[in-house]
Design a protein around this ligand. Structure first.
Ligand SMILES: Cc1cc2nc3c(=O)[nH]c(=O)nc-3n(C[C@H](O)[C@H](O)[C@H](O)COP(=O)(O)O)c2cc1C
Length: 178
């Protein structure tokens, strides 16, 4: 068991946001494991309100990259993206549930050697000052207003890899023991 825990920490250290991708397709098996991680992520009261939209259509990815004012450019160059939506009527903590799924997928992608980057959508605005969520919902064809969106995970084989995090970055001052 301790060996397994160390492996998780190794992946956590290795994970860096990747915004430049080589353009090659992500192997189906890798993609399957990434999605499996999202589907297996814990949810409050086990309500499982999340739905996963896998986007590989270049025209849709292009639209998504312009869904908010800035910070979504990687969606125009990634190979695939997973938008995590949740039924806000099903859970009052759908944001946390989505964030958990996004994190699990991000770490699994890292473990699989797949570059990835979280693209925040909730609480972000469009160039025109409107809600970015609306743009994404439209691009994905989601009409149910109860389906809310936390973020999108951009995925692709990395064009280059940033240096992993190191133990030196760990700020133990943020830990308060009572
Ligand atoms: C909740 C959340 C939202 C983020 N939103 C964006 C985003 O919209 N665009 C982007 O390029 N990166 C986004 N990031 C990535 C962060 O900028 C990145 O994780 C941070 O700078 C640390 O760098 P690292 O991921 O390489 O460790 C987001 C990360 C998190 C956790």
């Amino acid at each position: 068991m301790p060996e397994m825990e160390n492996n998780v920490l190794e992946v956590i250290l290795k994970r860096r946001s990747c915004r430049k991708y080589a353009g090659e397709a992500i192997q189906e098996e890798k993609m399957k494991r990434i999605l499996e991680a999202g589907l297996l992520a814990p949810t409050s009261m086990n309500k499982k309100p999340c739905e996963f939209y896998v986007i590989t259509d270049k025209a849709v990815l292009q639209k998504l990259s312009k869904a908010k004012k800035m910070g979504a450019g990687m969606l125009s160059v990634c190979s695939a993206a997973v938008a995590v939506l949740a039924d806000s009527g099903k859970s009052d903590v759908w944001i946390e549930d989505c964030a958990c799924a996004l994190s699990y997928m991000s770490l699994t992608a890292t473990a699989e050697g797949v570059g990835n980057c979280w693209c925040q959508i909730r609480n972000r605005s469009t160039l025109m000052g409107k809600d970015a969520e609306g743009n994404v919902r439209k691009a994905l064809g989601v009409t149910n207003e109860k389906m809310r969106l936390a973020g999108i995970l951009a995925l692709g084989m990395p064009a280059s890899e940033a240096k992993p995090h190191t133990e030196d970055e760990v700020d133990w001052k943020k830990v308060h023991k009572i």
